[in-house]
Design a protein around this ligand. Structure first.
Ligand code: BJW
Length: 222
């Protein structure tokens, strides 16, 4: 069966990585405009680097949970396209291959001046020179608000063809990912949501499984 899975911060919550919109989430202590927009980066690059250096350090100590592992099993038996909004590497650590990181990755650095990409060190600073053009324009290779997510052509193509679309641990607040269920449903796919609570786009799904991902995803895949 052709299956497309979209994961969000909720799948990594039980691995110890904070989600964004929970009461104790990342947006509680950080203003979105300051740390997750190109304008915020232009105004205070050191603040943005501190935020992502902290995220990189936390992610380095995290291990995949049963939900990440279950998706590796799913790919063994189905034609799976795995799309994640997450910037951690827990899907890869669990053994998933060809993961589509639509919002980028903590492991990537990008030169805002020349577009060169290279592996990010654990600590990044605004004055780090680009290895290609030597200009001090280093930024995390992350998709911020107002920027275009990566690999959208491949994602829309998978959604056009998928028979089943499943969204795991995402609040449905951020576009274009929040529109994937509706798009797949219009193309005839069955749509399933696995989440602790109702997402903002819960009505776009045919079926919902409520509970922690480390339990619901292995049960669903089995
Ligand atoms: C559990 C659990 C457990 C917890 N088990 N579940 C259309 C309409 C309105 C606005 C727009 C629109 N189109 C574009 C916009 C603007 C904007 C946008 O969406 N704004 C909204 C806020 C209104 N979008 C953009 O700017 C995007 N770009 C764009 O659209 O370009 C234009 C374009 C579109 C199409 C084609 C061409 C061009 C870019 C968005 C970039 C998002 N970036 C961030 C930060 C960077 C990454 C990072 O630092 O990590 O990405 S924001 C943040 O939100 C992060 C996440 O990937 C993203 C989604 O969050 P997620 O994963 O859903 O987390 P939470 O915390 O919200 O939810 C967690 C969920 O898990 C909850 O539901 C819990 O219940 C659940 N849960 N524990 C199961 N154990």
């Amino acid at each position: 069966m052709r299956i497309t899975v979209l994961t969000g911060a909720g799948i990594s919550a039980e691995s110890g990585l904070a989600t964004f919109r929970a009461v104790d989430g990342l947006w509680e202590n950080h203003r979105i405009e300051d740390v997750a927009t190109p304008q915020g980066f232009a105004a205070d690059p050191a603040l943005v680097h501190r935020f992502y250096n902290m995220r990189r350090a936390t992610a380095a100590g995290a291990r995949p949970n049963a939900a990440h592992h279950a998706l590796v099993d799913l790919a063994r038996h189905h034609d799976l396209t795995l799309v994640t909004q997450n910037v951690d590497s827990l899907h890869e650590q669990a053994g998933s291959t060809d993961v589509i990181h639509m919002h980028g990755a903590l492991t990537g650095a990008l030169c805002a001046a020349c577009g060169h990409r290279w592996p990010a060190p654990l600590e990044m600073r605004p004055d780090d020179p680009c290895p290609a053009c030597a200009r001090p324009a280093t930024r995390p290779d992350i998709v911020w608000f107002g920027e275009t997510p990566f690999h959208l052509d491949r994602i829309w193509d998978a959604l056009d063809r998928t028979e089943l679309f499943a969204a795991i641990g995402t609040s449905g607040n951020v576009h274009p990912a929040a529109g994937f269920a509706r798009h797949a449903r219009r193309r005839g796919a069955e749509c399933l949501e696995l989440n602790l609570e109702n997402s903002a786009n819960a009505r776009d799904f045919h079926r919902r499984i409520v509970g922690p991902a480390s339990r619901t995803v292995p049960e669903w895949v089995a």
